[in-house]
Design a protein around this ligand. Structure first.
Ligand code: UDX
Length: 472
């Protein structure tokens, strides 16, 4: 099928590469000419597993890039809108980019097409897109507007796309539903997964073929907002439980195991930490709250979900302060800058928010992140972070090591080397990557989230009040 995708951010670019891998002819359009030039030249603008190989496989063949929307839209039977929907200062979604694209599509449409929202948008956006396209069409043209929300996570975007828990198609017209069903047929028939060069399944528990859920456009739009809000709520819930664990000396990891084994609850998205961030949860929870308000429903639960999330970061700063006593002039080694492991995305990164707070308290920061350092260097030069080549360089002569994102690499550090590098063997882990007893055995004082702080029994690190003449 011939598919145009407007917007080449995370969702647009990954969808374009994956649709090409499913066998479709895809043209990806963006008004950022530098980005299009880079994509044409073979560059990969985001850090995402399997994306480079899919782009290499299809670029210039089944996958084309252009800055011209008219060129992309004409003669395509499906046009996806995958542009940004950033938050306004009031918290609702800014839909001006979606509107602008809808207007242009209206001007260009020359034969029937299904216009599909893939960006996360509030309920009734399909209706609004329909109206804008109709108002701008140069001649009366038949078209449909559908919603096909995307549930991919950054870092695992390609496998999330190709091995989804479900495919949701929100269409009010049968013709549009049939076209979108055909688009996903290589997946729903299982044919794609039988191809020798298909991207391999991430684990044995993925459902093949993925189930297809056909709904109205309003329901599909709500499915996306409700899913993200529910996941954020799940994380805030377990973070709140972690705080109770800390108060009573329980271990949140044990609690998670016991709670998560209930199949009605499940283990996933029950990892406590420093709170959720990223380009989706913060904006979508706020936007869903605004949508509810507009519909006359006060969804106060979501307010609390956000409050717990903010408080989680503040608590973590307090934890670092409690562990180190004072923060002023402390040199801290920080592992992780992105909003989570496996990505270079620093939007709404809890790690960066924490670093800002630590800098305000007078700390100096030596940081390492496997993928996000270039971005922080370019976008946040004012922070004055020292960037290091590896975790041990960051730890060199530091007063403590702070773990802020859950990269696999950070969960398998050479602890003996780390111990030697640090000035004091103190680790404050915001992602619970190590068993506390094991860290104590290796000679560390180890504070984490929702678990008792562990310290080596032979050498209580914080008993010394003066080291080298200075009060700690
Ligand atoms: C999310 C949704 O998962 C995805 O379905 C949607 O399409 C886009 O938004 P993403 O933002 O890429 O994906 O990241 P995700 O893996 O969901 O993590 C979001 C935040 O929650 C991160 O800051 C992460 O560290 C945090 N998180 C996640 C936890 O703190 N604990 C968990 O158990 C899971």
């Amino acid at each position: 099928m011939r598919v145009a995708i407007v917007g080449s951010g995370y969702v647009g670019l990954v969808a374009a590469a994956c649709f090409a891998d499913l066998g479709h002819e895809v043209v990806c359009v963006d008004n950022d000419s530098a980005k299009i030039a880079a994509l044409v030249a073979g560059e990969v603008p985001i850090h995402e597993e399997f994306l480079p190989e899919l782009l290499t496989r299809h670029r210039g063949k089944r996958l084309k890039f252009t800055g011209s929307l008219p060129e992309a839209v004409r003669n395509c039977e499906i046009v996806f809108i995958a542009v940004g929907t950033p938050p306004t200062p009031q918290g609702d979604a800014d839909l001006s980019y979606v509107e602008a694209v809808a207007r242009e599509i209206g001007l260009q449409l020359n034969e029937y097409a299904v216009i599909v929202e893939k960006s996360t948008v509030p309920v009734f956006t399909c209706q609004r897109v329909r109206r804008v396209v109709t108002l701008n069409a140069s001649a009366p043209i038949e078209f449909d507007v559908a919603s096909n929300p995307e549930f991919l996570r950054e870092g695992t975007a390609v496998t999330d796309f190709l091995y989804p828990d479900r495919i949701v198609i929100g269409a009010d017209a049968e013709r549009a539903a049939q076209i979108l069903k055909r688009l996903y047929e290589p997946m729903t028939s299982g044919e794609y997964y039988r191809q020798p060069n298909a991207i391999a399944a991430p684990n044995a528990s993925v459902r093949i073929p993925p189930p297809l859920v056909i709904t109205s456009t309003q329901s599909a739009e709500l499915i996306k907002h409700a899913s993200n809000a529910f996941l954020a709520m799940k994380i805030s819930f377990i973070n709140a439980v972690a705080n109770i664990c800390e108060a009573v000396g329980a271990d949140v990891e044990q609690v998670c195991q016991g709670v998560g084994l209930d199949s009605r609850i499940g283990q996933r998205f029950l990892r406590p930490g420093i709170g959720w961030g990223g380009s989706c949860f913060p904006k979508d929870v706020m936007a869903f709250r605004a949508v509810a308000q507009e519909c006359g429903y006060d969804f106060g639960l979501l307010e609390e979900v956000m409050r717990i999330n903010d408080e989680q970061r503040n608590r973590f700063v307090r934890k670092i302060r409690n562990t180190l006593w004072t923060l002023k002039s402390k040199r801290l080694a920080v592992l992780g800058l992105a909003f989570k492991g496996g990505t270079d995305d620093i939007r709404e990164s809890p790690a960066l928010a924490l670093i800002e707070e630590l800098l305000r308290e007078g700390c100096t920061i030596a940081a390492y992140d496997p993928a996000a350092m270039d971005r922080v260097r370019a976008e946040r030069p004012e922070l004055g972070i020292t960037f290091c080549a590896n975790p041990y360089e960051a730890a060199d002569a530091a007063d403590a090591l702070i773990i802020l994102t859950d990269w696999d690499e950070f969960a398998s550090l050479d602890l003996a080397r780390l111990h030697t590098a640090l000035k004091y063997p103190i680790v404050v882990d915001g992602r619970n990557l190590y068993p506390p007893e094991m860290m104590a055995e290796k000679g560390f004082m180890y504070a984490s989230v929702g678990r008792p702080t562990a310290a080596p029994s032979h050498k209580p690190v914080l008993s010394a009040t003066t080291v080298n003449g200075s009060t700690r």
